[in-house]
Design a protein. Structure first.
Length: 108
């Protein structure tokens, strides 16, 4: 059980260092999960996640994540208005660090 709380401390530290709000953290996790599953996720897919927050709040959180250089948008070749959401190197580094923390906790 101690390992779990150590992981939570590492997660909280990462969230604090990146100044992530709960909405931002949840959106980042949704994007990372989709990408991990090999799916493409678009801005329009995120703005309808009303179980997280209102559309306006989600838009603000998305903008904040782009400004914090955790997410980036790529216009699709088929339709330039459709924007794919991708993780940046900083976001990938965060998830790699969290993954290693889990692996270390499981080894003990």
């Amino acid at each position: 059980m101690d390992s779990y709380f150590k992981y939570l401390a590492i997660l909280a530290k990462s969230n604090k260092e990146l100044e992530l709000s709960n909405d931002e953290r949840l959106l980042l996790d949704v994007v990372a999960t989709a990408i991990h599953k090999g799916k493409v996720i678009y801005v329009k897919d995120l703005l309808v996640l009303n179980e997280i927050a209102s559309q306006a709040t989600l838009h603000k959180a998305l903008t904040n994540l782009v400004n914090k250089k955790l997410l980036a948008f790529k216009a699709t070749k088929e339709d330039g208005r459709l924007k794919e959401v991708v993780l940046t190197k900083i976001a990938n580094k965060r998830y790699e660090m969290l993954s290693k923390a889990i692996e270390q906790a499981v080894k003990k």
